[in-house]
Ligand binder design. Structure first.
Ligand code: PBG
Length: 337
């Protein structure tokens, strides 16, 4: 006979709650962690001096001229952020996006300045033409149909990657979604002597409405048509594996999935199928939604942001490109969120 009072609850059995009871137990069984060294901070570089133009739809972010980078860098380094990804907004745009490979363009200038100030910073340069073409498409178009000439675009992407490598970029990151772009960039880099510059391929990139705020920030909204003939249908996941396989075959060293929040399944599948380092890109719209909801007091902003970042890690990402990098670094440092 037991001395214990009778109870309806089972006295033994499977009770996962046992390991959730105290902070120490929860910390002990936590499967996923986020570290500041895994965060990549995006920067928008404009020409001119003394420019710090806030991006309305992405609170906390601004278009910066090169002279503003020192202050930005001080903040990043003090928080332990070691990686940045650069987008450029040129003063002039043209039909072929020639500004993309101009050695005096905003991105090469920013790379040189960042490397001068902080040689140990990991500088990743986005390689695409949409910020540099007058029509806003990611490659060459011959008429208003918006059809991008894939093969005519490849040498320009190669030339752009070489310009960024020559300026000192640690990694080039093609995001134009042209077929064969990784191979074209690899051979252009090799021919130019940049055999050791890795390629981070935006391998699986949906034609997503979540890029809206970015296109305002980078002034790259297509003047006509849309990107659905070169970016992937958001309905597709198996196709992402085809895209990734091709990029790997063409020589991609690191892989990216974008947007991250609506493609957690793809992050997981790429992680399971490929051993390469994998970056999740939490894009502008994902950031803007959380910031807007938080500003209205509808959600706890820091907690939701950290939960979203943790989800990318849980899905299998090694690193995260996110507009929350600075916020997250602060929350990690202060032990909150
Ligand atoms: C350039 C590029 C885009 C983004 C990153 N690189 C825009 C697009 O494809 O339209 C979007 C990133 C974001 O929304 O934060 N091709």
């Amino acid at each position: 006979m037991s001395d214990h009072p009778p109870t309806d609850a089972p006295l033994h059995g499977l009770r996962p709650r046992r390991t959730r009871r105290t902070p120490a137990l929860r910390a002990f069984v936590r499967e996923t962690t986020l570290s500041v060294t895994q965060l990549i901070h995006p920067l928008f570089i404009v020409e001119g001096r003394g420019v710090r133009k806030p991006i309305e739809t992405m609170p906390g972010h601004a278009q910066l001229s090169v002279d503003q980078l020192e202050a930005e860098l001080r903040e990043l380094l003090s928080l332990g952020i070691r990686s940045v990804l650069l987008f450029g907004i040129p003063a002039r745009k043209d039909a072929t996006g020639a500004g993309a490979w101009d050695p005096q363009g905003p991105v090469p200038q920013a790379i040189r300045e960042l490397k001068r100030l902080a040689p140990g910073l990991l500088v990743i340069a986005d390689v695409c033409l949409c910020e540099y073409t007058a029509h806003g498409h990611c490659g060459i178009v011959h008429d208003q149909s918006g059809v991008v000439d894939n093969d005519a675009t490849l040498p320009i992407l190669g030339r752009t990657a070489v310009a960024y490598a020559a300026a000192g970029a640690d990694i080039v990151a093609p995001s134009a979604m042209m077929d064969g772009q990784v191979a074209a960039i690899r051979s252009a880099l090799d021919v130019a002597g940049f055999l050791d510059t890795p390629i981070l391929s935006y391998a699986a990139k949906h034609a997503s409405a979540f890029y809206g705020p970015f296109r305002g920030a980078a002034e790259s909204t297509p003047a006509f048509g849309d990107r659905r003939a070169y970016q992937m249908d958001p309905a597709n996941a198996r196709e992402a594996l085809v895209e990734v396989q091709l990029d790997v075959d063409e020589g991609a060293d690191l892989l990216m999935v974008k947007p991250a929040g609506s493609a957690l399944d793809i992050i997981r599948q790429v992680r399971d199928a490929f051993p390469h380092p994998l970056v999740a890109y939490q894009v502008s719209g994902e950031y803007a939604m959380l910031k807007a909801a938080a500003a209205n007091g509808w959600v706890d902003g820091p907690k939701c942001a950290m939960e979203s970042l943790l989800a990318f890690k849980r899905a299998g990402a090694d690193a995260i490109l996110t507009y929350f990098a600075i916020d997250a670094a602060r929350w990690l440092r202060d032990g909150g969120a």
